[in-house]
Design a protein around this ligand. Structure first.
Ligand code: HDD
Length: 692
């Protein structure tokens, strides 16, 4: 956009109260209409006379209001709430043996990417921290066209066939007669649908695990879910599943914390990613593949084309092939994050689809939804969606055509224009020539998709005891929100098949008078060998990197101790937030002023990974009577975090009913506190709350 420089800076416009509004000058560009007509007054509409009606003639007002009236576009039917960033992907190991795709064969080349991470059920303005699956979509602008990896942070899905997707989404979204609940699966229609769809049981185990309540978008894994194909220069195909893992390690919250975060900060995850990128802590993920042949797939005791199944990494190992980093926040939320359009059908030559029926349906849905969401077929011209490699086609016209194609040839073949595009057998996308046996066409679900419980059991039995307790408690919480008793019972009937202990725990937590009859599996349930790689608590990295520690200060706080804590936290590549009773900050014991990042009552401790408090006795006495201060420490303790508490802070802990344990440190013991802050005090949990 070019701007017009002003020629004078003397005039001012007067508002109703006589206040004066600055005019262009001193480098400010002249404001114009969309047509480029300079605007003389952006405060007052054109009136017929003093205190008279506004004139229809006022094209400046009409254009401004008309544009405003049309500023919203339909939000995504799912994944409406999302946060995105730019970055790059770098390949470290070539897959040349398996594929011709340059993005997977050219080691060391930086490929620009744009990634959007989302919740699924809530609307665009909903909270960041509900219990929900997280979408994780990555657009790689490769030199052979855009490759969209449109995945989730869970490697399986609720349903096996795209035919059921609208039903699933209608069931989880707010109920249509009442318009609630927003961004929550804990309601009747969701669990009614799930209880009638045994194929969803494996995904339900994941959705009820701590993976669905992540600490940060920077600490989630990603999965391409389906099997895709890699195709090499000989036309040979190998199946591939994509996984990506955060370099910061995976980290979740505890449920009470996730629930409280919804009140503390609606934008918790978005703000966290923004602040991390702004602070230069660009998050990165490693990209892995699982590669397997048709013969290996045929030997598995489950069907890899069924998207409700994983292949445990103990069976087919993960190979790291590269990593990607998100290091640049978008310039404009709407233009980029809102208008980005992902589609699993966008793959470069050398990557191809499998026959997974869910994937097959997705190949249609995304382009279709984008036609209405973005208003027509030219959304690929929006900068965030346009390929960054040369492209040439004969598609023309349509709503919002922004390009001006030259020449008379918009067709192929043609003899009139030597520069018009032509197809290329050598470079073009070619589908894998999969041999197929002749079959009658039918609406069919293969028998190999019939086992709905074995992998749900595999997931549950692979978890640590505490994670199992979290899952049972999550199920009790969700089903307790269900008002229809037969839906609760139907769910327990499935859980009894997955694992009888799990079923009994949930039944007890729901206060069921009697256990229902277990559901009837269509095929015998297999006891597959557990996969410890599916746990997360054991796999959380003891680190402060990328995390955030709060220090509570007040007038008179010990300056030396505050400085020592700040220094040690920053040395661990973590962030420090100074919290004070007043946003104006505090004057420390050395007489120097320290600025506050937030006011105590407005920054609940759920937002931080650990908290320290260095305050004088008078502040301790005052704050011990303050409920926000009591909650701050009670929650930090209840969310299993390390606390550094000086003598005065113990007055507040006492008032909050906190009984200090080995996770409560003296703030002068800086190394002890830092070590404690790197993980959570899980052993505290059973003493604090009743888990199912
Ligand atoms: Fe989907 C959006 C991921 C199944 C239809 N999906 C969407 C997004 C992600 C996923 C991350 C948000 C993209 C963005 O940030 O713009 N979806 C998945 C995964 C699935 C899945 C991992 C199963 C493995 N989706 C799925 C099915 C269908 C759709 C079976 C329909 C047949 N998904 C859509 C959609 C959306 C979408 C309606 C909404 C907005 C959009 O596409 O652009 O077309």
């Amino acid at each position: 956009m070019t701007t017009r420089k002003s020629t004078s800076s003397t005039a001012q416009t007067q508002g109703a109260g006589g206040e004066l509004h600055e005019q262009a000058g001193d480098g400010h560009p002249v404001m114009t209409t969309q047509q480029g007509i300079p605007v003389s007054d952006n405060q007052n509409s054109l009136r017929a006379f003093n205190r008279g009606p506004t004139l229809l003639e006022d094209f400046v007002l009409r254009e401004k209001i008309t544009h405003f009236d049309h500023e919203r576009i339909p939000e995504r039917i799912v994944h409406a709430r999302g946060t995105a960033a730019h970055g790059y992907f770098e390949l470290s190991q070539s897959l040349k043996k398996y594929t011709t795709a340059k993005v997977l064969t050219e080691v060391g080349k930086k490929v620009p990417i744009f990634a959007r991470i989302s919740t699924v059920a809530g609307g665009a303005g909903s909270v960041d921290t509900p219990r929900d699956v997280r979408g994780f979509a990555i657009k790689l602008y490769t030199e052979e066209g855009n490759w969209d990896l449109v995945g989730n942070n869970i490697p399986v899905f609720f349903i096996q066939d795209a035919m059921k997707f609208p039903d699933l989404v209608h069931a989880v979204k707010m109920e249509p007669d009442r318009g609630f609940p927003q961004a929550a699966s804990a309601h009747d229609t969701f669990w009614d649908f799930i209880s009638l769809m045994p194929e969803s049981m494996h995904m339900i185990m994941w959705a009820m695990s701590d993976r669905a309540i992540p600490r940060s978008l920077r600490t989630i894994e990603g999965f391409g879910v389906h099997s895709f194909r890699l195709v090499n220069d000989k036309g040979e195909s190998t199946f591939v599943k994509f996984h990506w893992r955060p370099q910061l390690g995976i980290q979740s919250t505890v449920w009470d914390e996730a629930a409280k975060l919804q009140a503390a900060d609606n934008d918790f995850h978005r703000r966290d990613l923004f602040e991390a990128i702004e602070a230069g802590h660009a998050p990165a993920w490693d990209l892995f593949v699982q590669l397997f042949t048709q013969e290996e797939a045929d030997a598995l005791p489950y069907d890899h084309l069924d998207p409700t199944k994983i292949i445990p990494e103990e069976v087919v190992p993960l190979t790291k092939i590269g990593s990607f980093t998100l290091d640049r926040w978008p310039d404009n939320f709407f233009a980029e994050t809102e208008q980005v359009a992902f589609c699993p059908a966008n793959v470069p030559p050398g990557i191809d689809f499998s026959n997974d029926p869910l994937l097959q349906g997705r190949l249609f849905s995304y382009l279709d939804t984008q036609l209405s969401r973005l208003g027509g077929p030219n959304f690929t011209q929006i900068p965030v969606n346009a390929p960054k490699c040369p492209f040439a086609h004969t598609q023309r016209d349509g709503h919002m055509q922004t390009q001006v194609p030259k020449g008379r040839v918009a067709y192929e073949p043609s003899s009139l224009d030597p520069n018009s595009p032509r197809e290329s057998q050598a470079q073009g996308f070619r589908s894998f020539a999969q041999p197929s046996e002749a079959h009658a066409k039918s609406r069919i679900r293969p028998e190999s998709f019939a086992d709905h419980y074995s992998q749900a059991r595999l997931f549950y039995t692979s978890q640590s005891e505490l994670e199992q307790a979290h899952m049972a408690s999550a199920l009790v919480f969700e089903l307790s929100k269900v008002q229809t008793p037969h839906v609760r019972e139907a769910m327990v009937a499935h859980l009894l098949v997955i694992d009888s202990d799990l079923g009994k725990r949930v039944a007890k937590g729901l206060g069921l008078a009697a256990l229902p009859k277990p559901a009837k599996p269509a095929v015998p349930v297999q006891d597959l060998p557990p996969s410890p790689a599916l746990r997360i608590i054991d796999r959380m990295k003891p680190t402060l990197e990328g995390r955030c520690v709060a220090i509570l200060v007040d007038d008179g706080s010990n300056a030396e101790n505050v400085a020592a804590l700040q220094k040690a936290i920053l040395a661990e590549k973590a962030m420090v937030k100074i919290i004070a009773p007043k946003i104006g900050g505090a004057t420390l014991s050395d007489g120097k002023h320290i600025a506050a990042d937030a006011q105590l009552a407005g920054a609940p401790s759920a937002q931080f990974d650990a908290v320290a408090s260095v305050i004088p006795m008078a502040s301790g006495e005052m704050l011990s009577k303050d409920s926000a201060a009591q909650d701050w420490f009670r929650d930090a303790f209840g969310h299993l975090k390390a606390i550094a508490a000086c003598k005065a802070t113990h007055l507040i802990l006492d008032a909050a009913g906190v009984k200090p344990d080995e996770g409560v440190f003296d703030p002068k013991d800086v190394p002890g506190f830092i070590k404690g802050a790197k993980s959570r005090f899980w052993e505290r949990e059973p003493k604090l709350r009743t888990l199912a």
